[in-house]
Design a binder for this molecule. Structure first.
Ligand SMILES: NC(=O)c1ccc[n+]([C@@H]2O[C@H](COP(=O)([O-])OP(=O)(O)OC[C@H]3O[C@@H](n4cnc5c(N)ncnc54)[C@H](OP(=O)(O)O)[C@@H]3O)[C@@H](O)[C@H]2O)c1
Length: 239
């Protein structure tokens, strides 16, 4: 099963995003053989040495099936594309936001992984899902995002059960806050995208299944191990 980046052939979804761009830079630095940068708008990407833009809206069966048919050499799939409407369950006027977050943060990585599974099995590859520490505890002012990422964590566990016996490693990264457009409205300490990318890939290369990224994520994970109800209450009234 893939654990080292050197020589890997990687597909990153949501490649126009800030964490994806830092991951791509770090993957190149660690010797990736080729990186497929998948985005719904490829005009925002430029091909460079070892980086191949690929058109992929992760909500589109056509895009995903077509890409999987063409890219049978992938050894590591990074499900990174995601959305966060930063909206609470009660603040949302209806369920449209929750549905979109579920579509992109849960159903899309399921779709993409199913499509690439034959290649990953053939290549004894790996899947790395970019989740969040909020997959493990709900932060109510972005409640539906957390629920969609909790579904992503359960997806990760289920895929590990399905694909592990076929030689495919399935891991998840659970970062705390990272400084991207997704967190632009938050005035809390945030990691740089470069530090997040390094920690994600350090954990991946160390063989971790759940990679806690940054002090915030590690602190919350420790709290959840010792006092889960206390952490739940802390996040429900963060002031
Ligand atoms: N920032 C944080 O604090 C933080 C913390 C923990 C986890 N994460 C996770 O890290 C991942 C990357 O987030 P980010 O912070 O880098 O945010 P970002 O800069 O907003 O990147 C999100 C990416 O997802 C793409 N995307 C959204 N819907 C898509 C679709 N239907 N098809 C294909 N791509 C789609 C976006 O594409 P467009 O450019 O076309 O919109 C963008 O490239 C997400 O899964 C996020 O939940 C972020």
């Amino acid at each position: 099963m893939t654990e080292t980046i050197k020589g890997s052939i990687i597909l990153v979804t949501g490649a126009t995003g800030a964490i994806a761009q830092a991951l791509i830079a770090e993957l190149k630095a660690r010797g990736a053989a080729k990186i497929y940068a998948a985005a719904r708008d490829v005009s925002a990407l430029t091909a460079s040495d070892g980086v191949v833009p690929v058109k992929m809206d992760v909500t589109s069966d056509d895009d995903v099936v077509k890409a999987a048919g063409l890219l049978g050499d992938v050894t590591l799939l990074i499900n990174n594309a995601g959305v966060n409407y930063n909206t609470g369950f009660m603040a949302a006027p209806d369920v449209a936001i929750a549905r979109e977050e579920i579509e992109i943060n849960y159903l899309a990585p399921l779709r993409v992984t199913k499509a690439f599974a034959p290649a990953l099995i053939k290549n004894k590859g790996a899947v790395l899902n970019i989740l969040t520490i909020l997959a493990r505890v709900n932060l109510p002012f972005m409640g539906s995002y957390c629920a969609s990422k909790a579904a992503g964590l359960s997806l990760t566990q289920g895929l590990r059960g399905d694909l592990g016996p076929m030689g495919v490693r399935v891991a998840a990264a659970l970062p705390g806050a990272v400084d991207t457009r997704m967190t632009a409205m938050l005035t809390i300490p945030k990691m740089t995208t470069a530090d997040a990318a390094k920690e994600i890939l350090d954990g991946f290369e160390a063989g971790e299944e759940e990679i806690y990224v940054g002090e915030m994520a590690r602190g919350l994970a420790q709290g959840l191990a010792h006092d889960p109800k206390g952490v739940e209450r802390q996040l429900a009234s963060p002031g």
